[in-house]
Design a protein around this ligand. Sequence first.
Ligand code: CO8
Length: 262
Amino acid sequence: MTYECILTDVRGDGPRKTGLITLNRPKQLNALNDQLMDELGQALLAFDADDSIGCIVLTGSERAFAAGADIPTMAPHNFMSAFKSGLISKNWETILQVRKPVIAAVAGFALGGGCELAMMCDFIIAADTAKFGQPEIKLGIIPGAGGTQRLPRAVGKSKAMDMLLTARMMDAAEAERGGLVSRVVAADQLLNEALAAAETINGFSGPSAMLIKELVNLAYQGPLIDGVNVERRYFHALFGSDDQREGMDAFINKRKPDFKHS
Ligand code: CO8
């Protein structure tokens, strides 16, 4: 498959690899247009369906992860055309269908829809150059891909209100303090660090990784008790897997596990 707005690659030395997706509209700071979002969705689903892939890393350029939805594409719309066409919404949430872990590796600007896309990933590793923001208020609009909902859950109400209402950007250090990103690394180490995290995950049981992802998202999105109940069912279910027997036998016999991802 050849793409115009993204690059794809497969990385890693182990038996399970990492699918790498790079947003690639450098002149527009990776502004997210329809074509890019279509291609991103196709690439994500293709890696998700590929049994040799354990994890996906999504990244941008040194200057920008993504500076938001493509403003010239949105500018001509009125309410009815936005409502009737579902303005750029149809292909924005494909990423939420992906069952394997998706790591965002963010350098430079992650603004508006770019910040929202990063927040739809499972965790964010940031370069020390990263800047996060939801500046939609400056354009007379509001976030449209979950920014008003996911940002407060990530950084708390006060910081979210501050960012959404004043349009100020948060640098990488503040994003880490606030819990928006899991770690901050030197910009020239960003991709290595994200790929190393993916490789670590690839070495573990694939079913465990996918179920952890589903459960953490449940904790993040839904009521506590529902998440705890589903967790209990899946916890029991994994005692029917080969990887549970292998993982525990390896621990007891002080050897490295050889997971079959089944
Ligand atoms: N869309 C299109 N083009 C963009 C965008 C964008 N979001 N951001 C930057 N560009 C373009 C610029 O127009 C410029 O192009 P050109 O060279 O042809 O003039 C090029 O990228 C470089 O940008 P700048 O010259 O402005 O570079 P600076 O370093 O001076 O500034 C900034 C960088 C601060 C990132 C600045 O470009 C900026 O403020 N960009 C807009 C950021 C923004 O407002 N983002 C939010 C957009 S709205 C949104 O994302 C809503 C999401 C809704 C999703 C709904 C799904 C259902």
